[in-house]
Ligand binder design. Structure first.
Ligand code: SF4
Length: 428
């Protein structure tokens, strides 16, 4: 798509992260600025320091994917989530394997719910047999889990040991690893899309159809809708105003219809657990699709994922088996396969707002869930001179955004590192 866009005259700037929203005097968005390069770890400009650049437009569309750092600012500034349910998320962890030809069945798609998660924690797996003996396997854990001892990466590793799954990978080789949060709030959580000077599109808006585990169709449609409305606005001489047509029309169109039919699946799953919740969700999709109504109306999600976490004192630690290095692995050897790269001499891009709160709450009350929910092993609590110190191995970050979402105090803010750094997923 990048090549096709460039053939049409679109300019693409890979390697530059947009770090700032630019506003005019009336408060409308007029562009974005890329980050300064060459700032050293101490925050001071180094010898390679280069100022970022401003990119200005008549309208600005924000499509940063899940939990975008600029989208987060815009949602707060323009109160775009007013009267909406909180956005919900899952963490998806994935591996790509080359399996033995006799274990490969091209086109086979398998999904599962539950195991090894208990019936009260939402999540499930996907397994896709691709071409050339490749198999993509992944596991999604809904981030409204309550037990701070839950360890999504280890749940995924354990999933592969199930007797129905293990044989696929026997004699195979793991090629790649990656992780990313997924929006799951759906119809009732989509923020207002338009704001003065632009709109949210794609997963910045949160358009994933959860039961279909699919969002790219709606992401493309949201870009097309925004492009049509903005092109018409520009033709009629408008700029930097709010294109309310985008917000007013998406719910009536294909995206709205797609998400409305499945709007109760996630809340039913959260409320009634995997066995009953998924069955009720199936029934609800059936009545919505066939008769256009739901006996449940539109259910609420309630708490945010951060608020869902409960104190460690209410839960027991979970014992996970050790990795065997053949079928199951540890996080650091996994991160190695994600081709993650960050220049070490730069400010840490995972900003902890209040370190005292991190110790008194994240560590003392919640037993350090960041050391488990992060799929890249970025966070550690280490004892140093008799004190517990929060260590951030920022260079390992695979940009999944889970910490920004799940920290119980919303005390961690993910911002883009300099340049286009992060994981490189050539075949994922
Ligand atoms: S530090 Fe945060 S964004 Fe980075 S990999 Fe860990 S949880 Fe994901």
């Amino acid at each position: 798509l990048a090549t096709k866009a460039e053939e049409l005259g679109v300019e693409i700037y890979p390697g530059f992260a947009a770090t700032e929203v630019l506003y005019n005097d009336e408060g409308a968005v007029i562009g974005v600025a890329t980050g300064d390069m060459g700032i050293e770890k101490n925050g001071e400009p180094g010898p390679n320091y280069t100022r970022g650049m401003e990119l200005l437009g008549k309208y600005v569309l924000i499509g940063e994917g899940v939990r975008g750092s600029l989208a987060k600012q815009l949602i707060a500034k323009f109160d775009l989530s007013k009267d909406r349910e909180p956005q919900k998320f899952g963490i998806g962890i994935k591996e790509l394997w080359q399996v033995k030809p006799e274990n490969h069945r091209p086109g086979l798609v398998q999904h599962s719910f539950g195991w090894p998660l208990g019936m009260k924690t939402g999540g499930g797996s996907f397994l896709y047999h691709l071409e050339d003996n490749l198999v993509a396997v992944g596991f999604v854990v809904h981030l409204n889990y309550k037990n701070p001892y839950l360890y999504p990466f280890e749940e995924f590793q354990r999933f592969k040991t199930h007797p129905a799954i293990r044989p696929t990978f026997e004699g195979g080789k793991r090629l790649s690893y990656g992780a990313r949060a997924i929006t799951e709030g759906g119809y009732q959580s989509v923020p207002k899309l338009s704001f003065p000077g632009g709109a949210l599109i794609g997963c910045s808006a949160g358009l994933v159809n959860v039961p279909r585990i699919k969002g790219s169709h709606n992401a493309v449609l949201s870009g097309m809708l925004a492009a049509e409305k903005i092109a018409a606005a520009i033709v009629s001489g408008r700029s930097h105003d709010e294109v309310t047509e985008i917000e007013n029309e998406w719910r009536k169109g294909d995206i709205g219809k797609d998400l409305k039919r499945v709007r109760n699946v996630k809340p039913l799953w959260s409320k009634f657990g995997t066995a009953l919740g998924v069955a009720l969700g199936g029934f609800d999709m059936w009545t919505n699709t066939l008769f256009g109504f739901s006996v449940f109306g539109t259910l609420k999600h309630g708490k945010s994922d951060a608020e869902s976490l409960e104190p460690a004192s209410q839960h027991k630690p979970i014992a996970y088996p050790k990795p065997d290095g053949v079928l199951t692995f540890d996080r650091l050897s996994s991160v190695f396969l994600s081709n993650t790269n960050h220049e070490e001499d730069q400010p840490v891009h995972l900003q902890v707002k209040d370190m005292n709160l991190q110790k008194s709450s994240e560590h003392d009350i919640y037993a350090g869930p960041s050391t488990r929910y992060c799929p890249a092993g970025v966070y550690e609590w280490v004892e140093k001179d008799g004190k517990d110190v929060f260590v951030i191995n920022a260079q390992n970050c695979v940009h999944c955004k889970t910490c920004d979402i799940k920290d119980p105090n919303q005390n961690i803010n993910w911002v883009p590192p300099q340049g286009g750094e992060g994981p490189v997923y050539p075949n994922m």
